[in-house]
Design a protein around this ligand. Structure first.
Ligand code: ARG
Length: 576
């Protein structure tokens, strides 16, 4: 029998429903809406009564009667129009906690149909410094990768580097107009190339002929021009190196560092398939695929532009084919700004028409922007776009203010402290992002995001370090069988018992904020428990041992939750 509480009650209910000849589909409980009345409730009698044209209270009483002698329940009542309310016995809750302490997965079952899921996040571009806009994609994607992985799927993450479009032609053209040729290309570092790109952007906006030049160079480059390809290799390499460093600092991992360029060859195949299926149309100099114009009209997908270049859409379609053929993807999830929703709708519909990804689930999880206090995309004080490096620096400064200094105030070495500050700073940035619903944008709270109090990453990291310290200080007390001896202990255990549901819900809704909210509530429940439940001065040795075991369990769970959000949990955390 499962030790996950609601599952365990469901199993019992199903048995009773079957005995009574009731439809077992209604035999499900949920966490009670009225924690003052019960721990779990089942509303099934109401729906059941409707379908059987009977009185729900009568049906409820019949069910309750059959379960009344079960020692797992302290009380079962039928309330209101026919809600079944269950109060669990303390022993049942305690035994579930005991089982959790011996289970690394805390009750999460291994998925039955293991899927190969490709996660597309990051999506940075060559020659552009990463800014806060790139933050969300990396942070959310990394968290979802860890969650899908933990649930038991095979995950493959790909950065899908933007290394192929017009920016390449713009940079090449800029360098040629400065130097006359591309000879010096390999001596340019990322900062210089980024500056060239910025300059090229301004030039192309002001001057049509510069834009045209860049366009022609892009087309020639995509056509295989050797000199351009050699220069591009350098641009790509140093851009990838810079981006890798950024993502490493953020703790964002990619299995694959493929880019738009890797899909180029397959774009020809896509064009061919479209042609064979009679989907390709030549329209105004470009090759297009028309989409459904009746139900939800969308502009056609442009596969190849009039200059012969494949588009961003074509690249994404080709990449899907590669992910299906080479990686055997069952599901592909994109974590990309929601302003690109139409792009993905078009791409997915074209893929369906082309029949290149049958039975593969394609899903775009669109996120909102990171905004400043004015509600507009986040900027630095001088009005520029905040880049990721500056953001990490800012966070470190904030965290540093609440840390003791090495030496007199703290026994940690300078080096250890710096590492700790980094772990906390990254946690502050990531948690601020992940505590928000993905689809909604959020205001970057410059003042509070790195606090040790409130709904922040540092708060949860600190809660873990505090439990470590409690366990260290009570090292003579061995963890023992868990008992419920007061209200706070009971509330904490019931919260902990929700772990499995939280993770599964997060997996199906693709919403890490469900985990951050839960981690925060669990840490708070621990704090109330600890304030109300002395350990050294507990009434008996058994109670002390039980509390140490419960503390260890909650610590391990909080660590796992932070891990799933992509956040590290330092062992020790001094506060200044
Ligand atoms: N490089 C793109 C951008 O900056 C994002 C790429 C997202 N992924 C994708 N497969 N389209 O807008």
């Amino acid at each position: 029998m499962s030790y996950v509480l609601d599952e365990r009650i469901n199993e019992k209910l199903k048995k009773v429903f079957a005995e009574l000849g009731f439809d077992t589909a209604y035999a499900v409980v949920k966490t009670s809406d009225r924690a003052d009345l019960s721990d779990f409730q089942c509303n099934g009698a109401l729906a059941l009564a409707k379908s059987q044209k009977q009185n729900p209270r009568v049906l409820g009483e019949m069910i309750a009667e059959k379960l009344k002698d079960d020692p797992d329940f302290a009380k079962i009542s039928v309330d209101g129009p026919g809600f079944l309310n269950f109060v669990l016995s303390d022993e049942m809750i305690a035994s579930a906690m005991d089982e959790m302490t011996t289970d690394e997965r805390f009750g999460i079952p291994e998925v039955k149909n293991k899927k190969t899921i490709v996660l597309d996040y990051g999506g940075p571009n060559v020659a552009k410094e990463m800014h806060v806009g790139h933050l969300r994609s990396g942070v959310i994607g990394e968290s979802m990768r860890r969650i899908e992985d933990f649930i038991g799927h095979k995950t493959i993450s790909d950065v899908h580097f933007g290394d192929w479009g017009t920016p390449i032609g713009m940079i090449l053209s800029e360098v040629i107009s400065r130097d006359g040729n591309l000879d010096k290309m390999e001596s340019y570092d990322i900062a210089t190339i980024t500056a060239f790109y910025k300059q090229a952007n301004i030039r192309c906006k002001e001057d049509e002929s510069a834009k045209e030049k860049a366009r022609i160079i892009t087309a020639e480059f995509q056509d295989g021009n050797e000199a351009y390809t050699k220069a591009w290799r350098h641009i790509r390499k140093i851009s990838v190196d810079a981006v890798k460093q950024n993502y490493q600092e953020l703790g964002v991992h990619f299995d694959l560092w493929l880019g738009e360029s890797d899909a180029h060859k397959t774009c020809f195949e896509i064009k061919k398939i479209a042609e064979e299926k009679g989907l390709l149309e030549f329209d105004d100099g470009a090759y297009i695929i028309r989409l459904d114009e009746e139900n939800k009209p969308k502009p056609p997908v442009i596969i190849e532009k009039s200059d012969g270049g494949f588009t961003y859409q074509a690249t994404d379609i080709a990449t899907i084919k590669m992910r299906v053929d080479d990686l055997k993807a069952d599901e592909i999830i994109y974590f990309v700004d929601k302003r690109q929703s139409l792009h993905f709708e078009q791409v997915f519909e074209a893929v369906e028409k082309l029949g290149i990804a049958p039975d593969v689930k394609l899903c775009h999880i669109g996120f909102g922007t990171v905004n400043g206090a004015d509600g507009k995309p986040f900027k630095t004080r001088d009005g520029g776009v905040m880049n990721l490096k500056d953001m990490i620096k800012l966070s470190k400064e904030k965290v540093g203010e609440s840390m003791p200094k090495s030496g007199e105030e703290c026994s940690m070495s300078q080096e250890e402290l710096e590492h700790l500050i980094e772990q906390v700073a990254i946690s502050a940035i990531k948690f601020q992002d992940l505590k928000n619903n993905i689809a909604s944008g959020y205001v970057f709270e410059l003042d509070d995001f790195a606090n040790f109090e409130g709904k922040t990453g540092p708060y949860i990291q600190y809660a873990i370090a505090r439990i470590n310290s409690i366990i260290r200080k009570n090292s003579e007390i061995m963890p023992g069988k868990i008992m419920i001896t007061n209200r706070e202990e009971r509330v904490l255990a019931l919260k902990a018992a929700q772990f499995c549901n939280v993770i599964m819900r997060c997996g199906s809704e693709k919403e890490p904020s469900i985990i951050s909210e839960y981690a925060y509530n669990l840490a708070q429940a621990f704090s109330s428990f600890y304030n109300a439940s002395p350990i050294k001065d507990a009434k008996s040795k058994q109670i002390a041992s039980s509390r140490i075991a419960l503390a260890g369990l909650i610590r391990d769970m909080l660590k796992k939750l932070l891990y799933l959000l992509g956040i590290e949990a330092p062992e020790v955390m001094p506060k200044g």
